[in-house]
Design a protein around this ligand. Sequence first.
Ligand code: C2E
Ligand code: SIN
Ligand code: SIN
Ligand code: SIN
Ligand code: FE
Length: 407
Amino acid sequence: MDVILPDQLPGFLSEKERAHDATTTVAVPGGIARFSQQLRALSSLNARLICMEADEPVYGEMVAGVGRVLNTDVCALFLRAPTAPQLILEGITGAEMPAEHRVVGLDEYRRPAVQAYQEEYVVHVPDTSEAHGAEPLLHGFRSLLALPIIGREGPVGTFQFGRREAGGFANEEIDLASMLVDQMAYQLENLRLVRQLSTSRDAVIHGMARLAESRGGDIGGHLDRMCAYSQLLARRLQNQPGFIGIVTDEYITTLVRAAALHDIGKVGISDRILLKPASLTEDEFSVMKTHARLGAEILEDLMVTHGSFPMLEMGVEVANYHHERWDGTGYPNGIAGEDIPLSARIVAIADVYDALTSKRVYKEAWSQEDTLAQVAGLAGSHFDPYLARLFVLESDELTAIRNRFPD
Ligand code: C2E
Ligand code: SIN
Ligand code: SIN
Ligand code: SIN
Ligand code: FE
């Protein structure tokens, strides 16, 4: 495919050309009212983005916010794919992007989005019907503006704006767009770092949990199943009266990560006890019981040294209280009912369900039927009765999870 340099495309205005008169701009299209509206939209967008958590969806809000500030008909965000030579549409507002255009090859030089990214400069098409070299990804937009998003290590993507009418964007608007995109580049860079950090942090902690678990001889799917059972129950709870606004999507995401940490304290239990292929003596069992408190202490130490975050906070709850019982006869604290954190009440059911349906060094696996009967039978004594009753309704889903993560 021929490479078409941006300057050869009719209707394209290079950044250098624009820079000539950039300093002379005074007029604001739409006047002062429009200007103050833009400022308000901009500051509320920035305020929102600064408070974003690592796993909150951001791109949708970003395009909506930027589109609002610029008052365009369509605003699209493309980001460079991590591995393939492609731009990926991560967010769009004002139009539906056809599926075939959500991924754009970096060799598609006729696409303004690609050009802006590859050449690292602003591509402005005041009238797409006259710019024969440019192939917009969306039809129905006569004016088009594409700006590269330049991160610390070069371009990371493109912001693209469109209007239904021909006539393009005023210089002032292009300046405003450049400034906005620079700010978004900064926000995206921050977000990338935060996500990277949070992913590696989670991975390290999950690795620790796995290590702890593997010593028990369970190198199979136990942790994955635990997380999946907990997630399943939490999803069922999500719309139940009393749980709306408590069991949110965010809560479930955190729970899924924290559930893996429930037995992390088993790192501190000797092989002689942990791997004993028989019933534990009373003394041995009292040592075994320390794994709950020990796990919570390990995670609390991490919080002291590395700061607290939701997965760790809930991890502490889950580790500490997953052997508490609804009737108060559990350990380590013997607390009862709703004094036991919800996360731990959920994980307790998932834990026993998985322990019973699995083979252990000290026991054979139980059938699904016997296990569900046991869980139902323990509703109100061992388990939160409300949760246990919801859980045992999920026979098919539970079996599917076991098949997905075998031992
Ligand atoms: P685990 O094997 O992951 O079991 C978790 C929980 O599932 C147990 O907590 C218990 O509530 C339930 N559970 C597991 N197996 C059975 C069973 O055969 N019958 C009944 N009714 N419930 C069962 P628990 O009892 O607090 O035990 C905590 C951990 O202590 C167990 O985790 C396991 O690592 C260890 N453990 C418990 N009993 C024995 C044993 O007899 N021999 C050995 N070697 N380890 C044991
Ligand atoms: C979105 O906002 O479209 C979700 C993508 C993300 O921010 O991770
Ligand atoms: C648009 O902003 O017009 C959509 C993207 C494109 O046409 O390349
Ligand atoms: C509820 O809050 O609706 C029931 C409490 C529980 O069993 O967790
Ligand atoms: Fe445990």
